[in-house]
Ligand binder design. Structure first.
Ligand code: SF4
Length: 241
């Protein structure tokens, strides 16, 4: 009973607009990063003057790994009994993963492509191998983890590879498409088949997030929490995780 209500107690906290990547469709990396005052609020005991008291926090950016005091704020949440769902592009070093693995409840990784060449072209830096290694390490540290992929006309042909990527890593996968989508009927039917046959979550996003990572799904926290539980349930049924 408690767990059911717990997932509806969620707040969204953007820690920084800074990012280690420079995706072609994003402006954030071109600007001076906006950095939140989270660590100051925590140190001065004024966090709850600004943010609500919730059971869960969606922590996002830019990329939260660009925030210098990430471990400090994650430790704060843990000491308060708050679970953190951390949204990242996954281009993080294994040292960075090791530093936060014991203080984060859940990690959600968004990826635009799993093709080595395409990945670098889209994101400007990093490699899909780094993302794969980071996911493996989070898994080995027993951190719950999921993969999210925005789907558009330009990457619809990559869905089999993206599915294989997640399947090989034994990680739940969610495809996202915009409400006003350029996908044709056949492409939408293809997405539905992934949901029905392969247990992939399919999410229709309302709109893009302003001032945050453009690859990040719209964070409607209630919906995402339900989707996530449902997805994990279906993946377990199919022995994927
Ligand atoms: S879209 Fe997201 S991952 Fe890409 S540069 Fe912008 S903030 Fe970084």
């Amino acid at each position: 009973m408690f767990r059911f209500w717990e997932k509806y107690s969620v707040s969204n906290v953007r820690v920084t607009s800074g990012c280690q990547l420079s995706c072609g469709f994003c402006d954030l990396w071109k600007k001076e990063p906006e950095i939140s005052e989270l660590s100051r609020l925590i140190t001065t005991g004024t966090y709850y003057d600004v943010y609500p008291r919730t059971r869960w926090v969606n922590l996002y950016g830019g990329d939260p790994f660009m925030y210098d005091d990430l471990r400090f704020i994650l430790s704060f949440y843990q000491s308060e009994g708050v679970k953190v769902r951390l949204w990242t592009n996954g281009v993080v070093s294994l040292n960075a993963v090791a530093e936060v693995a014991d203080v984060v409840a859940e990690v959600q990784v968004y990826i635009p492509s799993v093709c080595e060449e395409d990945y670098g072209l889209v994101t400007g830096h990093g490699s899909i191998q780094e993302v794969r290694d980071a996911i493996r390490m989070f898994k080995s540290e027993k951190v719950a983890i999921g993969i999210h992929c925005p789907v558009s006309d330009s990457n619809i042909g990559d869905l089999p590879d993206i599915h294989d990527f997640a399947y090989d890593l034994e990680v739940p996968l969610v495809f996202h498409r915009g409400k006003v989508s350029l996908l044709n009927k056949e492409q939408k039917r293809l997405l539905s088949r992934y949901r029905r046959v392969k247990g992939v979550g399919v999410r229709v996003d309302d709109s893009l997030n302003n001032h945050s990572c453009k690859a990040l799904p719209t964070i409607n926290t209630h919906f995402l929490a339900c989707l996530w539980d449902d997805l994990v349930f279906r993946c377990r049924n199919q022995n994927l995780i």
